[in-house]
Design a protein around this ligand. Structure first.
Ligand code: COA
Ligand code: MG
Length: 298
């Protein structure tokens, strides 16, 4: 099980920040070729991303955010990325299944040309417009490369003609659609938008808690200070793990007695509750394995 509680962005043309990003404790790093890189520096950034990736820990999964399919940069971006030691690409401004399939097709051709395994690179479509939100189901199911969806809240609020707010009522509908679209496509839960106010950690925690409750698996972040609080929110706390263990154990005993429903401390426990408990235990195990690997590597 791959877990992405926090996914940290660094501009693709900033060697110093990119190097630090890999040491920040995020579950994955994204080197950006899109909006964090000025148009005049796109060529330079592609080269720099190659250099950066040659010198960092392969223990931290990484992605490159390429430019949009509709941009003139897309082919050069994919040519630069196809052979890099990354898990995949983030595809910004994804607005339809067709957008994703075009990239899937181009990547396939490039992988073939370079004798690489077909489908090696995964795609995380970034959905950041009303059109993309309404087509989230077809985007999530566009091709086998789609690992999960990501929400671009800043572009989205601008697109629908409003302003990003801390309590996020303007983003509620979009976020819910991403969660259900991911379920329908059978892919992992989505990643939430970056919170641009990187000095306000209290607001970040609140936002992370809210989107976790909606069904998100983690959050995109832009600053190292945002990593630990976001990891913490998306890690099941010990009391929840304890509860999950109790539920699974008690239910197994009940089933052995022929009972399909029981109560634990005044709360009814039936199959969906047990499945949720199993999900939490799987997540807790993935987090524990991750810390173990990180410690072994130190
Ligand atoms: N990754 C790694 N290191 C980062 C970082 C990041 N995303 N953002 C900041 N840092 C480092 C800085 O280099 C600085 O290091 P130093 O103390 O050794 O000089 C330290 O963290 C503190 O940074 P700070 O002064 O608070 O912020 P800043 O002005 O350097 O940078 C931003 C602020 C917003 C420009 C920066 O966080 C950033 O570039 N974020 C990513 C932007 C991005 O990729 N956007 C695209 C996706 S939305
Ligand atoms: Mg954007």
């Amino acid at each position: 099980m791959k877990i992405y509680r926090s996914v940290l962005f660094a501009p693709g043309d900033d060697q110093k920040k990119a190097g630090k990003a890999f040491a920040a404790g995020a579950d994955a790093v994204v080197l950006d070729l899109e909006d964090a890189v000025a148009p005049a520096r796109k060529d330079e950034a592609r080269e720099m991303v190659k250099e950066i990736l040659a010198g960092v820990s392969p223990q931290v999964p990484s992605f490159v955010r390429v430019n949009a399919v509709s941009s003139s940069y897309i082919l050069k971006d994919l040519q630069a990325v196809v052979e890099l030691p990354v898990e995949g690409i983030m595809l910004p401004k994804a607005e339809s299944g067709e957008d994703v399939r075009r990239v899937d097709w181009l990547l396939g051709l490039l992988e073939q040309e370079k004798n690489l395994a077909l489908g090696r690179l995964v795609i995380i479509p970034f959905i950041e417009s009303a059109r993309g939100i309404e087509r989230a189901i077809e985007i999530a199911g566009a091709c086998g490369r789609v690992r999960c969806l990501a929400f671009g809240g800043n572009d989205y609020t601008m697109d629908i003609g409003t302003t990003y707010s801390p309590e996020g009522s303007e983003q509620f509908y979009a976020r819910c659609r991403l969660v259900t679209a991911s379920r329908i496509a059978g892919i992992a839960p989505p990643l939430d938008t970056v919170n641009p106010n990187f000095k306000d950690i209290t607001a970040l925690r609140e936002e992370a808690r809210r989107v976790k409750q909606l069904g998100f698996q983690g959050k995109l972040v832009i600053h190292p200070a945002q990593v630990a609080p976001v990891n913490e929110v998306f890690t099941p706390p010990p009391e929840e793990i304890e509860w999950a263990k109790n539920v699974v154990e008690a239910f197994a005993q009940a089933q052995a007695r022929g009972a399909g429903v029981i109560q634990i401390e005044g709360r009814m426990v039936e199959l969906p509750v047990v499945r949720r408990a199993q999900q939490l235990l799987a997540l807790a195990e993935a987090v524990a394995n991750k810390s173990l690997k990180a410690n072994n590597f130190k």
